[in-house]
Design a protein around this ligand. Structure first.
Ligand code: ADP
Ligand code: MG
Length: 456
């Protein structure tokens, strides 16, 4: 089956897909794909981004395979991958082989399970595409420093923070940078689970010597999510020795986790202490500004425009982590391509209902009271007192109203938290504010701002 035949077939498949799914889907998801056939009967379609890859796999891969097989029964499988993601560990293997002038090892020749150890760098996870803000500036600066140094800058660099805040992104970015600027360096990036898996496997095949050699001969070792080693004593011990060997030989180690070294659970003390030796950089939860920046940069890379209000809406409401934020944007864009309508804030609210609900921050009565007192410059004690001064009554009413809006407390509860007021007073207050908002745009605007800033 020649390349040319396959190309003809691909065109036919694409045409069928465009008839099946429509022009919009075709242009967004099918047209950008390229393909190759690494061996007879196997097709890999390449998408320009990881997101597109996931989307195509979830929605169109089966159809692509079905149509292709229909016109060419020799096709066995159709896979989808990201364009141009090099395979670091594989290139390390290749380099080692180069040195001994042995023939290059091709991926095809590797036994299946060897694939488990291989890692692809995500082409989007570069320094360029990392948006820097207050919450991550230390981690970013440390990562750049390590990537640019020829000697270990800090050993280890320990990055930690909650899920989806950019740890893996920064590690890949370091790897990309070193691969480009110091290509002779051997870099291995892997998750703690992969480390464990390979270690256990080397025990099983009584091949720990080559395991040790492999990890101890690198210039830069990155182990992602070491919290997974919690409770795995043998692996921890092996990691501890690897760690020491690398540090002794002045090789760079980079480690990430969801907690600081001292907070890691079920981790040997000596390992925890070692992990804290170098620079410990934490990534804090995102701020509104950072979320806005990230969204703007993601939108800029799309071929579609997203209204400013929608971006602000997402930045305001999807506060959990960057992964969800991206997911929300992705969903909106996908939805909009599919239904062929542009994105509006109302539409976003509809499409993201479940995500928004899980992101709604638990706002407490104390938060609300404090926030309103700060805004209107009244004392908390006055707000909770029985004062009838207008400058105090209005903020108090707004605070009670927002408690009803933003918490799940009942009217009697709210009354109790406001200096022991009666629930009918609360009810009356809420009705009054609801009525006032309708006739007083300035009040409505203030309450809107207060509500938004409380949710941030
Ligand atoms: P973690 O490893 O901390 O769980 P990831 O590095 O996988 O998080 O990040 C989750 C997603 O959010 C990735 O797609 C990543 O590109 C993106 N992301 C996180 N932080 C940033 C940032 N500051 N700028 C741009 N994208 C980011
Ligand atoms: Mg990660």
């Amino acid at each position: 089956m020649s390349e040319k035949d396959l190309d003809e077939q691909w065109k036919q498949v694409a045409l069928t897909l465009s008839q099946q799914f429509g022009e919009g889907v075709y242009r967004s998801w099918i047209q950008p794909l390229t393909w190759s056939s690494p061996k007879p009967g196997f097709i890999i379609c390449y998408a320009p981004s990881r997101f597109m890859k996931d989307w195509v796999i979830a929605h169109y891969r089966e159809a692509i395979a079905k149509h292709w097989k229909a016109i060419n029964p020799e096709i066995k499988s159709v896979d989808v991958d990201v364009q141009g993601a090099p395979n670091i560990e594989n290139s390390v293997v290749a380099k080692e082989k180069d040195l001994t002038s042995a023939p290059l090892l091709k991926t095809d020749d590797l036994p299946d399970e060897e694939d488990e150890g291989l890692l692809r760098l995500d082409p989007r996870f570069t320094f360029d595409q990392f948006v820097v803000g207050k919450p991550n500036e230390l981690a970013y600066a440390a990562a750049v420093r390590v990537a640019e140094s020829h000697q270990p800058a800090f050993n280890p660099l320990f990055l930690y923070g909650g899920v989806g805040l950019g740890k893996t992104h920064l590690m890949h970015a370091i790897a990309w940078h070193i691969q480009t600027t110091q290509p002779s360096k051997k870099v291995i990036y892997l998750s703690a689970e992969k480390f464990m898996y390979q270690f256990i496997r080397s025990l099983r095949y009584k091949d720990t010597v080559s395991f040790k050699e492999r990890f101890r001969s690198v210039d830069v070792l990155m182990v992602d999510d070491v919290q997974f080693m919690g409770g795995k004593e043998t692996t921890q011990e092996e990691f501890f020795h690897t760690f020491n060997a690398l540090v002794d030989h002045n090789r760079q180690l980079i480690v990430s986790a969801d907690k600081s070294p001292s907070d890691l659970e079920r981790m040997e003390d000596r390992l925890k202490s070692r992990l804290g030796w170098g620079l410990v950089a934490d990534i804090h939860p995102t701020t509104y500004e950072l979320r806005l920046g990230i969204l703007q940069s993601k939108v800029a890379s799309l071929s579609m425009s997203v209204p400013k209000e929608v971006i602000e809406f997402l930045a305001l409401r999807i506060t959990s982590n960057v992964r969800e934020l991206e997911g929300a944007l992705t969903r909106l864009v996908a939805h909009s391509t599919l239904v062929g309508r542009s994105i509006t804030p109302e539409g976003a609210q509809e499409v993201l209902r479940d995500l928004l609900r899980s992101n709604d921050k638990r706002v407490t009565v104390e938060d609300i009271q404090q926030h309103i007192c700060d805004f209107y410059r009244v004392k908390l004690a006055d707000m909770l007192s029985s004062s009838r001064q207008k400058s105090i009554v209005v903020p108090r009413q707004i605070a009670m109203y927002l408690c009803k809006q933003l918490t799940t407390l009942s009217m009697p509860d709210i009354g109790r938290r406001f200096g022991g007021r009666d629930h009918t007073t609360v009810l009356h207050t809420i009705r009054k504010i609801q009525a006032d908002i309708k006739v007083d745009p300035e009040l409505a605007r203030q309450i809107d701002v207060l509500e938004h800033t409380l949710r941030m």
